[in-house]
Design a binder for this molecule. Sequence first.
Ligand code: G3I
Length: 343
Amino acid sequence: ELASLKNSYKNDFYIGTALSADQIEEKDEKVDSLIRKEFNAITAENIMKSMFVHPEKGKYDFALTDKFISYGKKNKMFIHGHTLIWHSQLAPWMEKIKDSTEMKAFMKDHITTIVSKYKGKIDSWDVVNEALNEDGTLRKSVFLNTLGEQYLIDAFKLAAAADPKTDLYYNDYNNEEPAKRKGTINLIKKIKEGGGKVDGVGIQAHWRLESPSLEEIETSILEYSALGIKVAFTELDITVLPNPWDLKGADINQNFEGSAKMNTYPEKLPDSVQEKLAQRYSDIFKLFLKHKDKISRVTFWGVHDGQSWLNDWPIKGRTNYPLLFDKQLNPKKGFEALIELKK
Ligand code: G3I
């Protein structure tokens, strides 16, 4: 068999990708065959979020989710559900929920309807996404405002009741950093003590060339799995561009070349940066392999650089190069490094 990510790592953990709506609809044959060759796990990048799946009160739209599930089944892939309870990408009517009675009714209907519809078909769920602030305290949201922290316990109980066998995850970003990690650990303990079932923690892994350190990642794997739960890396990508707000008064349009303006998009990632990115991916996967018994899945947030959300973040129009395949779908040095690790 030809070397592919999913074959190379088949005895270690699932290798996943996020799928856009177009990819779920198999609009591009070349992209589709790349997805099927390289990945054995899928997450919907957007279409299962509340605003898309539950646009009006009591009115669900499962058309694309159904396609997503049949795509995964057809290709014998691990299917991950993203996401049930998240403060972002809510339908406007959900933002207006004002008291605990209404919110309880919403959560019961929303979680039960979606999870039971796909009972036995979705292998794991992000039950709650991004509930914490950077300092580990609970993030203000329509959920916290109406129900207090009980909403977290309720969400996990409702999901387990609707499908007892699917794995239930708490998912967040920067939760490999000490303060947020501590908050995450407390949160998971609280949910369990409250009677909720938590099977895993999702570390989104929207990372950078320089950070987080391998030490923080390793400590996180160890501390989370000491809770008796699985660890998944759920949205991996590595930005090669600076955060404008890290530049401290520097030119906000600065690109990684320093002098190049953000809007003069280089067509190709310069070799020096390309190599740094490959080294970073290699270091990270070496660590993942060291702890493969604790890691259930590593999912990239997109198939190729042309698809990445980072192209438009934090400023619209920015070109980024965070994934393993370039816009033309060619494997980058990072891909070769990850195949090489398993030779
Ligand atoms: O669907 C509309 C379309 O109708 C409209 O024409 C178009 C115009 O801008 O927007 C489309 O919606 C966009 C949507 O992606 C689907 O493409 C939104 O504007 C855009 O904000 C949205 O961005 C997504 C983002 O979540 C929203 O918060 C990104 O694609 C998606 O990659 C990103 O994923 C999140 C994870 O869910 C949670 N963790 C962080 C991660 C990265 O931000």
